[in-house]
Design a protein around this ligand. Structure first.
Ligand code: AMP
Ligand code: ZN
Ligand code: ZN
Length: 411
């Protein structure tokens, strides 16, 4: 009898130690990080996005999430998965120039897939895989580059012709795998709301249709999770990278320069729009600064190192030496090219503007129910993701404290 009892105790001990020596990620529920590009928190309501709104009502909804400066797509997506401000991870805009690497823009597959642009910070998927876990990305900026020599175990080349439903089906396929090969961390990205917002403005019928399209893809996801018996076993974190504002007017860098007897040949313009990044040509620094720095009718220009400190931006070598920030609704463009004003929407405005605020919603076994979170900064999402995966966060610019009330059992 005693021998049987001893054998049982030994078996129990082996079982317990066996569990604790598994890679930490395996004992945590799968984590699905969903980004709906440019979704404003105020658009998550019962009439436009009934599925997401119900998820937010039942789980966690932040009043808003403040994006990192600049309120652009690549900088903020990389911040979400590294916890670093763009000034620190180096993805300082969607369009960049680096003396060693040349030009970066979203249309250049070669640049987007070149790991040398992505060396600042380590995204969640790499850390997870370094600890023996498995990640999969149904699109995410950075996932197409072999950062530190590796991609997520499953990943896709960005292709906006893949329908929202097809993306969801891919994620469900990954979750349907046996636990041994099932990813613990999955991303899912939707650009439809951003694209409609740029073309037609965030309050247009087209934008409302895009929000409905994404919402119905989310309904498909939840139904699929139900079918797999995973509805209450997966942690869902739904975010956006920034908001969207209506464009109301345009201002021209050529006009600022001309007033001081200069032409566009005195500068290199790396990026223009809601914000412009400008570098004077060698020898023209003083003249260009005299023409550009300070206040214009609908924009303000600073030396990069003199930008308002609250934006945590201006030290990275890839940031052009002069930054011009348009007022809400305005664009700073190179020159008047005679194109008719079309309206539409833009982002890239200052992160304090309510229309630039981003969305944060969460639900799943780790999260409390009916939690209304005050606003927080998007650098804080990374420590949360790491906590949900059971991983030690790397040094970062965020803190988990504002998100602790979202968790079911705050330690
Ligand atoms: P923007 O509005 O300029 O900040 O950029 C948003 C756009 O980035 C979206 O509409 C997408 O088409 C595009 N985009 C998102 N992810 C990727 C990616 N991984 N590679 C290239 N383009 C992307
Ligand atoms: Zn975006
Ligand atoms: Zn956009």
């Amino acid at each position: 009898m005693t021998r049987i009892l001893c054998t049982c105790l030994l078996a129990l001990l082996l079982l317990v130690t066996g569990c604790t020596t598994r890679p930490p990620a395996n004992i945590h529920p799968p984590l699905l990080l969903i980004s709906i590009d440019a979704l404003r928190p105020s658009d998550v309501d019962a009439s436009q996005m009934p599925t997401l709104n119900a998820l937010a009502d039942a789980g966690v909804r932040a009043a808003w999430m403040t994006p990192s400066y600049p309120s652009k797509t690549f900088p903020n997506h990389y911040t979400l998965v590294t916890g670093l401000r763009p000034d620190h991870h180096g993805m300082i805009n969607n369009t960049m120039y680096d003396p060693k690497l040349g030009s970066f823009n979203l249309q250049s597959r070669e640049a987007v897939q070149d790991p040398r642009w992505w060396t600042g910070g380590e995204p969640v998927w790499i850390t997870l895989q370094r600890h023996g876990g498995r990640a999969a990305t149904m699109f995410w900026p950075g996932s197409e580059a072999a950062i530190q020599g590796q991609h997520p175990r499953d990943w896709r080349i960005y292709d906006d012709s893949v329908s929202a439903n097809a993306r969801v089906d891919q994620v469900l396929d990954w979750l349907d795998r046996p636990e041994r090969t099932r990813p613990q961390f999955i991303t899912l990205y939707f650009e439809q709301v951003d694209e409609a917002g740029h073309t037609s403005g965030p309050d247009s019928a087209e934008s409302r249709a895009a929000r409905r399209e994404v919402d119905s893809a989310l309904a498909r996801l939840l139904a699929g999770l139900d079918q797999l018996g995973l509805r209450d076993k997966v942690n869902l974190v739904v975010v956006s990278d920034h908001g969207m504002a209506n464009i109301t007017g345009r201002e021209y860098i050529a006009d600022y320069l001309q007033a001081h007897g200069l032409g566009l040949d005195a500068i290199r313009i790396t990026t223009s729009g809601a914000l412009a990044g400008i570098t004077p040509k060698p020898g023209r620094e003083a003249a260009v600064e005299a023409a550009l720095l300070g206040r214009h009718p609908h924009s303000t220009c600073w030396r990069k190192q003199e930008l308002p400190p609250r934006w945590h931006y201006g030290s990275h070598p890839r940031i052009p030496s002069i930054q011009c920030q348009a007022d809400l609704g305005w664009l700073v463009l190179n020159r008047d090219n005679g194109r008719p004003f079309r309206g539409g929407g833009a982002h890239g405005y200052v992160i304090e503007e309510p229309t630039m605020h981003a969305t944060f919603i969460a639900s799943g076994p780790a999260f409390g129910k009916h939690v209304a979170l005050p606003a927080f900064d998007n650098v804080d999402v990374y420590p949360l993701l790491m906590r949900l995966l059971g991983l030690q966060p790397l040094p970062n610019d965020g803190e988990i404290t504002p998100l602790l009330p979202a968790l079911k059992t705050a330690p």
